[in-house]
Design a protein around this ligand. Structure first.
Ligand SMILES: C[S@@+](CC[C@H](N)C(=O)[O-])C[C@H]1O[C@@H](n2cnc3c(N)ncnc32)[C@H](O)[C@@H]1O
Length: 223
């Protein structure tokens, strides 16, 4: 009975915000052959399907994620495809896991056609995850610098939230630490989590202080 409100509800707000923005930018910018760098389970395949002709996922052998949707094994530094093989690229929640971000951006540039578009998402305020392969957090200034240095023109850097959504999400993750043992059979924590996310969303709409964003989305074009 309580299974309806399960732990996937704990980040439903940030997932919703992220997917809405990715769909919007996908519709606006993506077309042709798409490479998904560090694809994991390729979770945005359905979302982007209307805009691209092919969606090829690349990830490394040692990934923590289920490998069944990976099309090519390789790293963000060495993607096993020819130069200029793709019209577009996405790389979502991966750059913070790369010890050499500049090399990875140059590799993305290599596999894109001239004028090709890439969409990245990168956290700014977020907890450590996929440890120990969690190396950096980026500001919008650092991102612009890196993309411009590696052969891209930055078209947009979009902060996906203000303070309240970031704060609400961190609070929810922390209260979920108590959702274990016998307590996990009672949906009190998930219900509090959903209420916190709802209130955060409303407050964020009233007061969007983007210095506190949890995540940036970057749209860039290969020069
Ligand atoms: C947080 S997950 C994001 C997965 C997926 N892009 C998404 O948005 O759900 C980070 C991904 O980066 C991948 N990754 C980490 N280091 C990598 C590397 N050097 N080369 C390629 N992929 C890498 C991981 O295997 C994992 O799939």
């Amino acid at each position: 009975m309580f299974g309806i409100i399960n732990s996937s509800a704990k980040n439903i707000l940030v997932l919703g915000i992220f997917q809405r923005e990715l769909k919007k930018k996908g519709r606006e910018y993506l077309s042709g052959r798409l490479i998904d760098i560090g694809c994991g389970t390729k979770p945005y395949y359905d979302l982007l399907k209307p805009y691209v002709t092919e969606h090829v996922g690349v990830d490394h052998e040692a990934t923590f994620h289920d490998k069944s949707n990976i099309d090519l094994f390789g790293t963000a530094y060495e993607i096993p495809v020819d130069n200029e093989a793709f019209d577009a690229a996405i790389c979502t929640a991966v750059l913070e896991h790369l010890e050499e971000p500049e090399l990875a951006l140059r590799e993305c540039c290599r596999v894109l056609k001239s004028g090709g578009i890439t969409i990245y998402s990168v956290p700014f305020i977020w907890h450590l995850h996929e440890e120990p392969r969690d190396f950096y957090r980026y500001s919008k200034y650092g991102l612009r610098y890196l993309f411009e240095k590696t052969g891209f023109d930055v078209l947009e850097i979009i902060p996906l939230s203000g303070f309240w959504v970031t704060f609400g999400q961190l609070l929810v993750y922390n209260i979920y630490r108590f959702h274990r043992g016998p307590l996990r059979f009672i949906p009190v924590i998930p219900i509090i989590g959903l209420v916190v996310q709802g209130v955060s969303y409303i407050l964020d709409r009233l007061d969007k202080s983007t210095q506190w964003t949890w995540m940036y989305m970057i749209v860039a074009r290969k020069r």
